[in-house]
Each structure stands twice: as structure tokens, then as C-alpha cells.
Write a protein that binds this ligand. Sequence first.
Ligand code: NAP
Length: 312
Amino acid sequence: MLLLVNSGGPAAVSEWQDHFAECMPELTVRGWDDPEVDDARVDFVLVWEPTAGRIARMTSLRIVFSAAAGVDHIVSDLSVPAHLPIVRMLTPETTERMSDYVMAACFGIVREFPALHEAQRQRRWNDDLIGIRSSETTVAVLGLGGLGAACAQRLAINGFQVRGWSRTPKTLSGVACFDGDAALDTLLADAHIAVNLLPDTPQTRKMIDAAFLAKLSACASIVNVGRAPQVVLDDVLAALDAGRLRSAWLDVFDKEPLDTGSRLWSHPRVIVTPHVASLPSRRARARQVAQALRDWLKGKPLQHVYDRTLGY
Ligand code: NAP
């Protein structure tokens, strides 16, 4: 069985090979640029931004593993055959790292860390910045998939008032769950923090715009760890500048790396992180792929398969 890896570039190939040798020694692992690989003999690929057109040439390919949770970097190549299952990368480490990030952001918001940091930068002793209490803070989590549900529950365990939103109904302990477009106003009404963990689909694109922000509590904050196209950045900046939005914590951007000239870098109430909210280690990802392959070889259905109809 041959797995071709395109994640981390040529320098990462030997590390991938070591991790797979540990958890699935029967698998042959080669790098994407290995000149000796015959594309017609590749069984599986593990990829981030695969070269357009190449997957379509792999005539024996059976499964595409995404090296990340999102698959937009794969399905943007329209030549990828529709019959091929595309498996999203969702490891226990992905969930832990994402909920660590979201917790850090929500605690940073209630404790006013952006304003405190700005005061420090200006050498101002501002002891008015005492923050608000987590127990009096309502967080609306958009998306209750593997990541959104884990974040919502950790926020609830840590004392926040948590609401969650999904397409289909959900039940999560400690979380007031809402579903469907009709419930969006109730979800957002008077919320202090909106955390975006939705996938990028035609329905979610540009969802976080001026009208959305206006439904939140005055001086709310947003945390975007989902996908960039869901947020209308000009509307976010306008709301920040008008004082209607307290802060924006942004981890994903239309163009990555973010342009050095972007206003976001230096805005005092914007936290920019370089798409690091949740990237599991190569070891965790190799183990996830190995387990998925072992289950699949036993005839069990693949988990976390991208649904082309739903778009996530
Ligand atoms: P997922 O399992 O696919 O869950 C998506 C959730 O969004 C589901 O609850 C789904 O509802 C809901 N949803 C989809 N369309 C909706 C709509 N139109 N209205 C209301 N709810 C809708 O996704 P995930 O694995 O949790 O990942 C969430 C996001 O995080 C993705 O965008 C992913 O790319 C991103 N991500 C970012 C990073 C990072 O480092 N920043 C890392 C990993 C993942 P149903 O449950 O009803 O289907």
C-alpha cells in the first residue's frame, strides 16, 4: 500500500515516514515530489494544497486524506474525481488545541487583554480595566461540529453562558442549542462574544457582516477560527472603529500569510494569529490516518468524510 504525502514540503517527508513506520509499518510512505513514484500506483494521499490536476491522474487512488480539518484546498481543484472520498483531519489533538485557543480568546476578552496590552504599550496605568465576569458573559458558538461542540462544552464547564448554533438540532449539556436560520437572531441577541466555527459554504459566506454584528450586545467581540470568507472584514473594522465592537480575534484570512501592509496587524483591538488555532502534530495526524486505514481495511465506514452536497 502506497501513501503519497504532500504536507510540510520535502523537508517533512522523513518525519512523516518515521511516524507512519511507528504506527503502520506495512504502509509505504513517499513524498509528493519523489521522482520515483508512479502516480498510477498510489493508493492513498495525505495532502495540503495538492498540485492541481495531479490527484485526477492517480488512477488507483482510493482515499484522499486532508492534512487539515478544512478541505477547501483540495476541492478547489475541480478535476479531483467526485467518487473519491475526502477525509477531513480531525484528531483528539485538533479538538483540544482548538478549545484551548477559544478558551484563551474568551478569557482574554473578559479580562480585557487587548486593552491592557495597549495600555502597557503606552505606559498607562489604567486600573479601570477590571474586565467582566465569565459567569455574566454570553458566548454564541456558530457551528457545533467536532470542534464547535467541544469548544461550547469547555466554555460551559468554565462558567460562561453558552449558546450554540448548527444546521440540524443538537443537544449538548450546559449549552443552549439553536438550529437553522430562523434561530440566528435569538442566538446572537445580547451575546458578548461570537465564536465562528462554521465551514465555508455558500450559506455561511459573508455571514458575519454589519447586520450580524449589530445583533450582538453593544461592545461585543468576535473570534474567527472557522474560515475567512465568512467574515466581512471591512464591516468588522468599521464596527471596531465606531466602538460598536470591542475586539476581533482573527486566526484565518483570505490571503495567508496576511499582507504586511494590512491594517489588521496594528489595530489595537485586533488580535492576529497566523492560522495556528489548531494544527495537530504530524505524529497525531499520522496516527489518525493509520487508524482510519486499519478500520477501512476491516470494512468499517470512513469517518469525517467531506459531503460534497452539503459542502462540508
Ligand atoms: P464540522 O464538523 O463540519 O461542523 C460544522 C458545523 O457547522 C456543524 O455543526 C454544522 O451543522 C454547522 N453548519 C454548517 N452549515 C451551517 C449553516 N448553514 N447554518 C448553521 N450551521 C451550519 O466542522 P469542524 O470540524 O467542527 O470545523 C469547524 C471549522 O473550523 C471549519 O471551518 C474548519 O475549517 C475550521 N478549522 C480551523 C482551524 C484553525 O486552525 N483555524 C483548524 C481546524 C478547523 P450540523 O451539525 O447540523 O451539520
